[in-house]
Design a protein around this ligand. Structure first.
Ligand code: SF4
Length: 369
């Protein structure tokens, strides 16, 4: 066996022994990043952790938390003859209250898949007779690129480019989870990509106000084990803190340039999270200075969202109250090919990750979680 691989095995085995020694009662640790959810499954972390440690997924997938109301508005814009929607591919399958963007596209709406918001500017330049609306979805990680796109559109004096913002901020969501008596969490595995922008400071409220351990984590298997070890140590010592396991990427004060761009274009606003509801100051809207690029302001549209009754339990999945396999639609009526709820849409959605990597193999709270 190559030396590096042997070293990795030795470190992993040491960390697991230490976690086992430090954790003397059952604990629940929540990851709030879809990339962590997938990384944990891929590396088989649940299978190797001591039985006392339960890993639960939180609201860490931006597509999953995008509300019906937003999707209905996007679909309404898509149906307009003078509009081209530019969006990441995942959004096509996200259900609105009565249909999806995928259905709108099948019925003739002009919806283009982009890999970066900047591509929308090219579409705008090539179609001066159309209004190009970029669906700006994502956490602090992706919002700076959308902000940069608005700044670039402003510089180019584009008159036919708009964003429909559904950006979300992670810290207010964690506050809301902690205020929910049903949610039981003993520590947070913090999202490395988000923290690369925000830095550690926005998460300091976790130990200071809630006595809650938190560790910024990377995405390699050893990063995650090291993070669980650091959380176990904080819990064992009764000294909650925000620690940074991902120092090779995440600086203490994050990325000031990206944050400055965000602050230039966006401001916090109350936002609705699918399955959780409204959370104060948890979204981003375009500031007045750039409102000519805000679809909701520049192209107002009336949309009625139908309240639908469905057996989808995404809300409970996103709060870590149930595992996806406890939803009776999981793997039956609800599949990645035809998702009933948003958690089955993106590969980073909890239900989709459970379906792809863990269906039926892992159980929360059984020692094989
Ligand atoms: S399996 Fe499908 S229906 Fe059930 S909670 Fe997940 S997304 Fe919703």
């Amino acid at each position: 066996m190559p030396e590096a691989k042997q070293d990795t095995k030795k470190i992993a085995s040491f960390l697991l022994q230490e976690i086992d020694r430090l954790i003397t009662k059952p604990v629940r640790l929540m990851e709030v990043c879809g990339t962590h959810t997938v990384a944990i499954f891929r590396a088989g972390i649940r299978q190797v952790l001591p039985s006392q440690v339960e890993l639960v997924s939180g609201p860490g997938c931006p597509v999953c938390v995008t509300a019906d109301e937003y999707m209905d508005m996007a679909i309404a814009y898509a149906k307009r003859q003078d509009v081209i929607i530019a969006t990441f591919g995942d959004m096509l399958k996200v259900p609105g209250s009565t249909s999806s963007l995928g259905e709108a596209k099948a019925n003739g709406a002009d919806i283009r898949i982009v890999y970066s918001p900047l591509e929308s500017l090219e579409i705008a330049a090539n179609h001066p007779d159309k209004k190009i609306i970029f669906l700006a979805v994502g956490f602090e990680t992706t919002a700076p690129t959308a902000a940069a796109t608005v700044l670039s559109a402003d510089e180019k004096k584009l008159k036919n480019f708009f964003v429909l913002s559904a950006h979300k901020l992670v810290p207010p969501a964690l506050k809301t989870l902690l205020a929910d008596p049903e949610v039981k969490v003993d520590g947070f595995i913090l999202p490395g990509h988000v923290c690369a922008i925000t830095g550690e400071e926005p998460f300091q409220f976790l130990p200071e106000q809630y006595h809650m351990p938190a560790v910024v984590a990377g995405f390699e298997p050893l990063d995650i084990l090291q993070t669980v070890y650091l959380l176990a140590k904080q819990i064992h010592d009764g000294k909650p803190n925000v620690e940074n396991e991902y120092k090779r990427i995440v600086k203490k004060n994050g990325n000031p340039v990206a944050r400055q761009m965000l602050a230039e274009v966006y401001e916090p606003v109350d936002a609705i999270w699918r399955g959780i509801g409204p959370i104060p100051n948890s979204g981003l809207r375009v500031k007045e200075r750039y409102q000519a690029f805000d679809a909701e302001v520049a192209l107002p549209i009336e949309v009625e969202t139908t309240v639908k009754q469905t057996a989808c339990r995404c809300g409970e999945v996103l709060r870590g109250l149930i595992k996806p396999t406890e939803c009776r639609l999981f793997g039956k009526a609800c599949l990645p090919e035809h998702p009933i709820g948003a958690c089955m849409v993106s590969v980073e959605g909890s239900c989709a990750a459970w379906y792809k990597y863990g269906s039926g193999r892992y159980q929360y709270g059984t020692g094989n979680n």
